[in-house]
Design a binder for this molecule. Structure first.
Ligand code: SDX
Length: 429
């Protein structure tokens, strides 16, 4: 990060010089760290559309060019050539693992793949209709009770805790699914790699053995890689903000899970399927839904379309769309919702409303088609997003904890309420 020039700001005739910070890829930011102290003014930026909350060495996005990279590696190459666990290691540790480092990481993930047997009783007390994201955040938050080392000292073996979380979240997700069906839990198996182990825990059962298909494992690895990090999105910013108060990693991640749940964020992957199913039920009348999305009097938004940063195709969406075709062909699955999604995209991208606003399909538009082909229920799609995003959340939390400049996050506001006024006792109101 170098500051080689300044921005000039004039307020009531006085000019202030603010340093401009330059990022690795040429991004520029005006450093306003001393703005309030020097000018008495804060800045107002609803939704933080124009605000960088931190510097980071983890992920780079270029929203105009549709570029996404983790630690300098392009997402396309990582999705094509890596396993999810390699990318998780890259995000958390800053480099791709050597064979020795990878084996050590895999052994840790195996060692940590069980959850405390007492935690299994937690599942008995959720109603069958409990949202999987609610269960996930409760269970992840509860891990700090079983591994209290970080409760007092956040720097206590972050890397071990990272491996513990990455491994256990997979078991928690699969166990919650089995419990929701009243089916026996399938425990992790030491010989199965990360994604195969998850699919086996989800779909194996004692009387109908599940065959883990390599094509399904490959598709899941790719999906989890594509979701692994995305700079300062809503849930990652939440993890950082909660962590900035000195909260342990488990509880910070649980906060991120809750932020991801929203239909404007990670919950969109489930909302996309609901939208496509509604269009399917409606005889494929996608124009009706495009018109609803354009109607300002209607709160409906086209789920899976649009993005705060990408103003062109989301590079992840392009890869997932191609992976859809490959997986459905090899599994010989015909999903009518894919045809509807393809037509919806085609018509929307020719519509002036979407063109003028640079609204393109995002990561959530096609991901549900793959999850469906894998047999994952719709109400677990956002859980799948969380499984993928976990290494990114951990890497971002760790980076903040290790930054000596880090402070508790505490934005300001502009007060627009009542001016000071005298108290009136109730008898006189
Ligand atoms: C994720 O930030 C990340 O990186 C997130 C994520 C990650 O990896 O972490 O990429 C994952 O959350 C992807 C986004 C998933 N959400 C959805 O698919 C929900 C549908 N999309 C929209 O709600 C919206 O596009 C957002 C929330 C994604 C972005 O909202 P912004 O940046 O606040 O943009 P905006 O609401 O100001 O929209 C600008 C204009 C508005 O119209 P005008 O007021 O200019 O007339 O575009 C319109 C919006 O009404 N618009 C849409 C639309 N998205 C934006 N209109 C119809 N359908 C949509 N989907």
């Amino acid at each position: 990060m170098n500051s080689s020039d300044n921005a000039l700001l004039t307020i009531e005739g006085k000019t202030y010089s603010l340093p401009i910070v330059h990022g690795t890829e040429g991004e520029r930011a005006i450093d306003i760290s001393k703005l309030l102290q020097e000018t008495g003014c804060t800045t107002l930026d609803l939704g933080y559309k124009n605000t960088a909350s931190c510097t980071s060495r983890i992920t780079f996005l270029n929203g105009n060019k549709g570029i996404l990279s983790y630690r300098g590696y392009g997402i396309e190459e990582l999705a094509e050539k890596c396993l999810f666990i390699e990318v998780a290691y890259l995000l958390v540790h800053g480099h791709l693992p050597t064979a020795t480092e990878y084996d050590h990481f895999r052994n840790l993930l195996n060692r940590f793949s069980l959850i405390h047997e007492d935690m299994i009783h937690f599942f008995d007390h959720f109603p069958p209709s409990a949202p999987p994201m609610a269960i996930l955040s409760v269970m992840v938050n509860s891990l700090c009770s079983y591994y209290p080392e970080m409760n007092d000292d956040l720097t206590t073996d972050i890397d071990l805790t990272a491996a513990r979380l990455i491994s256990k979240i997979r078991t928690i997700a699969a166990f919650s699914y089995k419990k929701s069906l009243g089916k026996p839990l399938i425990y992790p198996r030491p010989e199965l790699p990360y994604c195969a182990n998850f699919l086996n825990m989800m779909f194996d059962n004692p009387v109908e053995p599940y065959t883990v298909r390599p094509e399904a494992v490959a598709a899941l690895n790719k999906l989890l890689i594509l979701h692994a990090d995305h700079e300062q999105n809503c849930s990652t910013a939440t993890v950082r903000l909660v962590g900035s108060a000195g909260v342990n990693l488990y509880a910070s991640i649980a906060a991120g899970i809750n932020a991801l749940w929203g239909p404007l964020h990670g919950g969109a992957n489930e909302a996309v399927i609901a939208m496509l199913e509604a269009i399917h039920q409606d005889g494929g009348n996608f124009q009706k839904y495009i018109d609803k999305a354009k109607d300002k009097s209607d709160a409906f938004k086209l789920s899976g379309f649009g993005h705060r940063v990408y103003k062109t195709f989301d590079p992840r969406g392009k890869i997932i769309k191609n992976a859809c075709d490959e997986l459905l062909a090899v599994l010989n699955v015909h999903d009518p919702l894919l045809e509807i999604a393809l037509r919806l995209e085609e018509v929307a991208l020719k519509d002036a409303y979407f063109i003028e606003r640079n609204l393109f399909p995002n990561v959530d538009f096609y991901s549900g088609i793959i999850y469906r082909a894998l047999g994952i229920p719709t109400n677990m799609f956002t859980v799948m997003f969380a499984l993928g995003r976990l290494p990114g959340w951990i890497a971002q939390w760790k980076e903040q904890q290790e930054d000596p400049r880090s402070k508790i996050g505490r934005p300001r506001q502009v007060y627009m309420g009542e001016p000071a006024r005298p108290f009136v006792p109730m008898s006189e109101r």
